[in-house]
Design a protein around this ligand. Structure first.
Ligand code: ADP
Ligand code: MG
Length: 288
């Protein structure tokens, strides 16, 4: 049976935005030496605003790129989709008819328009598939950029800005004070990752991470003796959440992530990780 002090602590922590699904992981939380955060929606707000839409093809105008993108994004629940759809609505554009929509988990989305394959993808996807960027597609403002492909040709890109959550600053500071290494792993580009990492004073970051990389990052840290906690929201994060010593699903995420995780961060608030560590310590101190 669950010791009473643990039962009380888990219900208290639910009030603070933590749902503890696995008691052993909760017990392990006080031994964590490294925490890997995902970026979008956890360290950042996940409220993307479109700043630039650019066609790189003679076939399409900029607005047509937005229209094509929105037609696919209307099937997606990613925060990037919300940003693109808001811009599309502001411009009062209509939609293309799409078919065969698919999520490319952790890398983007794809569908068909008039029999042609269209993808909206991450920089990691471009690199993996040896698709080169035009020289003018520079990222001076450290913004998230998603790329539109028609078959294998780049036809345009959209850049979007997001903001760091207020609570992230305090959370990172407290975690570091507690002796933890604080790291971020994101599928987003190098410039964005570097800028968020610098602003928050993170110990390290991994950018342009593909779904299969996350597990490997954890494994490497564990092999160096680190006890690793990781946050994640996507279907693609499930294997890494399972691999982590403490897997933490963020509240807004998918069911698959929640079902794999040891702990659920109901409000996606990084400060709740600080509380998690404090609860873990005080709970198991009382028992000794
Ligand atoms: P993170 O690793 O920051 O949690 P995700 O795993 O959600 O990010 O997505 C990784 C990358 O895949 C995004 O930065 C983006 O480039 C691309 N991506 C994912 N979903 C979409 C989408 N619906 N539209 C466009 N790009 C997407
Ligand atoms: Mg994610």
């Amino acid at each position: 049976a669950m010791p009473l002090v643990v039962a009380i602590s888990t219900s208290v922590s639910a009030k603070n935005g933590l749902l503890i699904r696995n008691r052993t992981a909760f017990e392990n939380s006080r031994k964590i030496t490294t925490i890997i955060f995902d970026k979008t929606g956890t360290l950042t707000k996940g409220n993307f605003v479109v700043n630039q839409i650019k066609s790189t093809s003679d076939e399409f105008k900029d607005d047509e790129i937005l229209k094509i993108a929105a037609s696919l994004e209307k099937e997606s629940e990613h925060p990037i989709a919300t940003g693109i759809l808001t811009k599309h609505e502001e411009k009062e554009l209509d939609f293309e008819e799409i078919s065969d929509f698919e999520n490319l988990t952790g890398e983007g989305i794809q569908a068909k328009i008039n029999g042609k394959s269209i993808k909206i993808v991450s920089p990691g996807y471009l690199e993996e598939n040896n698709i080169e960027l035009p020289k003018d597609a520079k990222n001076e403002k450290a913004e998230t950029i998603v790329y539109l492909l028609q078959d294998k040709d780049l036809i345009g890109y959209i850049s979007l800005a997001d903001e760091i959550r207020d609570e992230s600053f305090e959370a990172v500071k407290k975690l570091k004070e507690n002796g933890l290494k604080v790291i971020m792993a994101t599928g987003d580009n190098e410039e964005v990752a570097k800028s968020v990492s610098k602003e928050l004073g993170l110990d390290d970051y991994y950018a342009e991470v593909l779904p299969e990389d996350k597990q490997k990052i954890i494994e490497d840290l564990q092999n160096k003796g680190e006890i690793v906690a990781m946050t994640g929201d996507g279907v693609n994060d499930a294997p890494a959440l399972a691999k982590a010593d403490v897997g933490i699903a963020v509240g807004s995420g998918t069911d698959v992530a929640a079902e794999t995780a040891d702990i659920i961060l109901v409000n996606s608030n990084p400060m709740d990780i600080v509380y998690l560590l404090e609860f873990g310590k005080s709970t198991y101190q009382k028992m000794m």
